[in-house]
Design a protein around this ligand. Structure first.
Ligand code: 8YV
Length: 316
């Protein structure tokens, strides 16, 4: 097919090379990031695009959607969509595809990796060996994981897989959501404070966005207490980062395992000095297998839209 007949797609942010190649073979793709002045360029060319690819990281705000007057579909790489102005896109009748479920296992694995690392201090004791300190004495004792209490904030698709992992560690699970889930085989804690007070490990697995902003605040950390650990594989915005730093510094919680931060890729330097924090660069879904599955879904969502008039997996 010639470029004139292929649907024209605007690409926001780089995607996996194999996804970019697959898209280029079927669509007429233009990378927005290649332009110096996005606003001026969009004013001239925005009307030529019917589709937009983006990601949880870059999203699509009102200004971008408005700059694309003929936009009919957004296909986003990621399960989080708080960076997309969904309400505005809906008003315009724009469909939005995303990539849930295919990343549940890897994100749950990462939550457990962080939990184990924070409690058993694998990264910290690795640093101890590398510094040659083992020669001078044993590494201090750490905290047992098996049989402990796991509190999950946000028992959604990923939260449920984390709970399944916990059964292999004989952990008791409770959760807090806005509402109790009738089909969940775990005890519901009606308040986040109550969950934090009960839990040895509090795992944040809720969605990001305005509704969950700073839910985990100084009071929740206080309730988690000096023996409690905070794990976050959701969004940095759900945790009050300054309060978390204070709590870690002052030993008001035992430790934290964090894959996400408030202003990625900026991580406050104060974290670097804290041996009781495990810091990852937002890699929970970043395996070859899972990122490929996400890429496939970004592609299938577009293909399905242009072939059948609807994306395969739509944002609810
Ligand atoms: C990705 C994520 O890192 O799916 C999400 O919402 O946060 C991660 O899986 C992200 O999509 C990359 O932009």
């Amino acid at each position: 097919m010639s470029n004139t007949t292929r649907p024209r797609i605007l690409q926001r942010g780089r995607l996996l090379p194999q996804l970019e190649s697959a898209l280029a073979a079927e669509f007429d793709v233009h990378l927005l990031d290649a332009e110096q002045d996005n606003t001026a360029w969009l004013a001239e060319h925005g009307h030529t695009f019917v589709a937009l690819t983006s990601s949880a990281r870059y999203g699509a705000d009102r200004a971008l959607i408005d700059a694309l007057p003929n936009l009919r579909v957004i296909s986003s790489f990621g399960v989080g969509y708080e960076t997309i102005d969904v309400a505005h896109a809906r008003e315009r009748g724009i469909q939005i595809g995303y990539t849930p479920d295919v990343l549940n296992d890897c994100v749950a694995d990462t939550a457990f990796g962080l939990l184990m690392d924070a409690a058993r201090r694998f990264s910290a004791s690795d640093r101890f060996v590398r510094r040659g300190e083992w020669l001078a004495g044993q590494y201090p004792l750490t905290t047992r994981i098996s049989g402990k209490k796991l509190g999950i904030l946000g028992l959604g698709r990923i939260g449920r897989v984390i709970a399944r992992r916990a059964s292999g560690f004989d952990m008791e699970v409770r959760y807090h959501n806005r509402r109790a889930l009738p089909d969940a085989p775990f005890a519901y804690e009606p308040t986040l404070h109550g969950l934090a007070r009960w839990a040895d490990f509090l795992v944040v697995a809720s969605a990001g966005g305005a509704e969950t902003r700073k839910l985990v605040d100084a009071g929740v950390l206080e309730a988690l207490g000096p023996k409690g650990f905070l794990i976050n594989i959701s969004r940095g915005s759900v945790v009050d980062e300054a309060a978390l730093l204070d709590a870690l510094r002052e030993g008001r919680i035992a430790g934290a395992g964090l894959d996400v931060f408030e202003r990625e890729p900026q991580v406050p330097e104060a974290f670097f000095a804290l041996d009781n924090a495990v810091l990852l660069p937002h890699v929970a879904s970043a395996t070859h297998e899972t990122r490929q599955a996400m890429a496939d879904l970004v592609f299938e969502n577009l293909r399905s839209f242009f072939a059948e008039g609807h994306v395969k997996v739509a944002v609810p």
